[in-house]
Design a protein around this ligand. Structure first.
Ligand code: HEC
Length: 155
């Protein structure tokens, strides 16, 4: 009796494993856009490692960006809106313009003693990520629109 019981358990366990494996195969096949039966277990492991690596890289990148944002925040505000009038707002500014300014500070085409020091810790990828971050912050309807008409909220 106990033998049958163990057999049943072992059987359902292996079915489960098999189902898992099939599921993994199908998923990997979908990602790679090939038929599931052409996927070898090695390839699955490899694909999984690749995905894990990509995920780790993304997390590292996000962490790095967050550190930089916090570093810029005392002057430009965490959301790119400066609380001190001598520091420019960055939120909602064009990404191209922000990147151009950061590069200009970095390569001394634009001179400012404070910002010079700030960009020394940034590489070009960091600058692009920061420019994207501030450009994507929406600053609401109080901007003049591109036709030159000034919104009523602006004075
Ligand atoms: C200690 C204060 C301070 C910190 C911290 C700081 N900045 Fe600045 N930032 C300034 C000042 C001051 C200016 C204006 C420079 C000028 O007058 O040319 C400026 C200008 C800029 C500009 C140009 C804006 C424009 O409208 O032309 C950008 C872009 C910028 N900062 C990005 C950053 C980023 C990104 C960080 C973080 C890595 C950072 N800043 C950290 C003080 C600071």
């Amino acid at each position: 009796m106990i033998k049958i019981f163990i057999l049943v358990i072992a059987y359902s366990f292996s079915v489960n494993l098999w189902a898992n494996e099939t599921e993994k195969k199908t998923e990997t096949a979908k990602n790679l856009e090939v038929a599931p039966e052409t996927i070898s277990p090695d390839l699955i492991t490899l694909a999984q490692q690749e995905l894990d690596f990509d995920e780790q890289q993304l997390l590292l990148k996000q962490k790095r960006l967050k550190t930089h944002i916090e570093f810029c925040a005392p002057c430009h505000g965490k959301t790119g809106i400066s609380v001190v009038p001598i520091y420019p707002n960055l939120a909602g500014q064009h990404q191209e313009y922000l990147l151009k300014q950061l590069l200009a500070f970095k390569y001394r085409r634009r001179k400012d003693a404070v910002m010079q020091g700030m960009v020394s810790r940034l590489n070009e990828d960091d600058m692009l990520e920061l420019a994207k971050y501030y450009a994507n912050i929406s600053i609401g309807p109080s901007q003049p629109n591109p036709t030159g008409d000034v919104n009523e909220n602006t004075n």
